[in-house]
Ligand binder design. Structure first.
Ligand code: FAD
Length: 489
C-alpha cells in the first residue's frame, strides 16, 4: 500500500513540465500529445492503450533516457514510459510489437555504453515499479525496479539479507538479474542470478509469464543474464538468509602480484572469511600495490580471532588493519565515497569502464602485462578490481564466465580525465585492445561496460550457447523489439 502511495506521489512529481502522450499517429509513426490531439484529424491508432502511469514525450524526459553512467553514448527515444503497474508494461510491449517500435527497460542506467537506451523507441523507466511486496524468512518478492539498497533497508531490521550483494546498492534487482550480479560474497553463494527463485517477465510477445527452475524453465534461464533480450523483469523472488549483526573489515597490502593472486585463491578455497575481494592501488612511485579486502561477520561478544584469520597469508608485514562496523554499513560502504564523487562532479564524468573475467591460470599474465604499462591517469583515479570466484557456483547459462575452476574479474573502473569525448574515445579504444588480449587468454566480458563488440564477438561470447540464444530470442521476442542497445542482434 505504501508503495502505491509513493508511486503516485512520484508520478505526480514527474509530471511537472512533462508532456504526456495521448495517442500514436500511425501514418507519421509519431506520438501525439494531449494538446495536439484536438487538432489532429486523421490516422490516430485506435488501439493506443490507456496507462496507469504516464508515457512522456517532452525533451527533458527523453534526454534523461538518452544518457547513462558511461556518458559515452546518447540515443534519443521517442518516448519514456513511467509505468504505474505491471499491466502498463504489458500494454506498452503489445502496442510496440503491433507497431514495430523498439523497447528497452531502464533500471538505474548504470550501464556504461547505452545498453538501456533505445534510439527512436520507448524506454521503460522501471524506477516507478519498485515496491517490496513480501519479506519471508527465506525470500523476498520485489518489483524489478527495486534497488538493492531499498530491499536491505527493509530486510536487515528483520535479521535477513540476500546471500550475495553487489558492491554498489543503487543498482536495481531487474537490471542486476539481467546481467549477473557479483560482489564479495559471490565466491561462496554464487552471483545474484543464481540466488533468484522466481521471476515475472513481460516477454517480447507482450505476455506476462512467471518462471522458475521448475516452471517455464526456458524463460527462467533466458531472462537471467539475458541482457534484456527476452523480456522485462517486472518482479523477482530473491533468496534471503539470516543477516549477521556486524562485520570486521580486514585490509592488507602486497607488493607481489603472484603472492596476492595465490592468497585470493587460497581464501576462496578455505572459506575462512565471509567476503574476499582485491584491488590494485597506486604505490605512490608510478607502480601498483595489491590490496586484499576481506570481512568476517560476527555477533557482539564473539569477535573474530585476527591472528588466526590472517595466518599464512603473504601480505607485506605490518600493512594489515581491521575495522568493525555494522553489517548494513559494510554493505553500504561505498555510499560516502559516491556522495563525495557526486559532490565534486566526478560521478558525472565519462566512465569508459572495462570488466573482464579471466581464468586463474592466465590472471597473472593479463593483470601483470596490463599494469606494467598502466598509469594512474589511464584510470583517472578510478578503482581497479581483482575479485576471485569459484566457477562451480556460476550456473546460469547465459552468464558467460571462463571455464576454469577459479577465475577473476579484472576491472578498470575508469574516469575519463579530462572529461572530453576525445579522451573517452581513447580509453574505449584501449578497452578494446585489453578485451582482445583477455579473449586470447580464455577471458569473457561482463557486458555492462564500454567495449565495442562485433556480431562475431557476440557469437564467440556465447559459444557454445549462441544457437540457444538465437532460438530463445526467436521464441520470446519474435519481432526483435527488445533492448537493441546491447548490439547483439
Ligand atoms: C557504479 C557502479 C557500480 C556497479 N557495481 C556492480 C557490482 O558491485 N556488481 C555487479 O555485478 N555489477 C555492478 N555494476 C554493473 C551493474 O551490474 C550493471 O550496471 C547493471 O546494468 C545493473 O544496473 P542497473 O540496474 O542500473 O541496470 P541498467 O544499466 O539500467 O540496465 C542494464 C541492462 O538490463 C536491462 N534491464 C534493466 N532493467 C531490466 C529489467 N527489469 N528487465 C529486463 N531488462 C532490464 C537494460 O535494458 C540494460 O540492457 C556496477 C555499475 C556501476 C555503474
Amino acid at each position: 500500500m505504501s508503495g502505491e502511495i509513493s508511486r503516485r506521489t512520484f508520478l505526480r512529481g514527474t509530471l511537472a513540465g512533462a508532456v504526456v502522450v495521448a495517442g500514436f499517429d500511425t501514418h507519421l509513426r509519431s506520438w501525439v500529445s494531449a494538446a495536439e490531439l484536438e487538432h489532429r484529424a486523421t490516422a490516430l491508432a485506435e488501439d493506443f492503450p490507456t496507462f496507469d502511469g504516464v508515457l512522456l514525450l517532452d525533451d527533458a524526459s527523453r534526454a534523461a533516457a538518452a544518457d547513462d553512467f558511461g556518458r559515452l553514448v546518447h540515443r534519443q527515444p521517442l518516448a519514456v514510459l513511467k509505468p504505474g503497474s505491471v499491466d502498463d508494461v504489458v500494454k506498452l510491449v503489445q502496442f510496440a510489437r503491433r507497431n514495430n517500435i523498439k523497447v528497452a527497460a531502464r533500471g538505474q542506467a548504470h550501464s556504461t555504453q547505452g545498453q538501456a537506451q533505445v534510439e527512436a523507441g520507448v524506454v521503460v523507466d522501471m524506477a516507478t515499479l519498485a515496491t517490496v511486496h513480501e519479506i519471508n524468512p527465506t525470500n523476498a518478492l520485489v518489483d524489478g525496479g527495486t534497488r538493492w539498497l531499498d530491499l536491505i533497508t527493509e530486510t536487515i531490521p528483520q535479521g535477513l539479507t540476500p546471500p550475495t550483494l553487489v558492491d554498489f546498492l543503487e543498482l536495481t534487482v531487474g537490471g542486476t538479474v539481467s546481467l549477473g550480479g557479483i560482489g564479495g560474497q559471490a565466491f561462496r553463494f554464487g552471483p545474484n542470478v543464481d540466488n533468484v527463485l522466481e521471476l515475472e517477465v513481460v516477454t517480447g510477445r507482450g505476455e506476462l509469464v512467471s518462471c522458475s527452475p521448475v516452471h517455464n524453465v526456458e524463460l527462467f534461464d533466458a531472462a537471467r543474464s539475458g541482457l534484456g533480450q527476452f523480456g522485462l523483469i517486472v518482479r523477482a523472488r530473491v533468496r534471503l538468509m539470516p543477516a549477521p549483526p556486524n562485520a570486521r573489515l580486514y585490509q592488507a597490502f602486497y607488493s607481489n602480484l603472484t603472492g596476492f593472486l595465490s592468497d585470493l585463491e587460497r581464501l576462496i578455497d578455505d572459506g575462512r572469511f565471509d567476503t574476499v575481494q582485491g584491488f590494485a592501488v597506486p604505490d605512490g612511485a608510478g607502480g601498483w600495490l595489491f590490496q586484499l579486502e576481506t570481512t568476517k561477520y560476527f555477533s557482539p561478544g564473539q569477535e573474530p580471532d585476527d591472528a588466526s584469520l590472517l595466518s599464512g597469508l603473504s601480505f607485506n608485514p605490518g600493512t594489515q588493519s581491521a575495522q568493525d562496523m555494522t553489517y548494513f554499513d559494510y554493505l553500504n560502504r561505498l555510499a560516502p565515497l559516491v556522495a563525495f564523487l557526486r559532490q565534486i562532479g566526478v560521478w558525472a564524468f565519462p566512465h569508459p569502464w572495462v570488466n573482464l573475467f579471466v581464468p586463474a591460470a592466465n590472471a597473472q599474465t593479463l593483470i601483470g602485462e596490463t599494469l606494467s604499462t598502466l598509469t594512474v591517469d589511464d584510470v583517472g583515479q578510478g578503482p581497479i578490481l581483482i575479485y576471485p570466484f569459484n566457477r562451480e557456483l556460476f550456473r546460469t547459462p547465459f552468464f558467460r564466465v571462463p571455464d576454469s575452476r577459479h577465475f577473476f574479474i579484472f576491472a578498470l573502473l575508469r574516469n575519463a580525465v579530462p572529461p572530453t569525448p576525445e579522451r573517452a574515445a581513447q580509453l574505449v579504444a584501449a578497452n578494446r585492445t585489453l578485451f582482445e588480449r583477455a579473449m586470447m587468454l580464455g577471458g569473457k566480458r561482463y557486458p555492462f561496460d564500454s567495449v565495442p563488440m562485433t556480431r562475431h564477438d557476440w557469437q564467440k561470447h556465447y559459444q557454445p550457447l549462441w544457437g540457444a540464444l538465437v532460438s530463445a530470442k526467436r521464441h520470446f521476442d519474435p519481432d526483435g523489439i527488445l533492448t537493441p542497445g546491447q548490439g547483439i542482434f
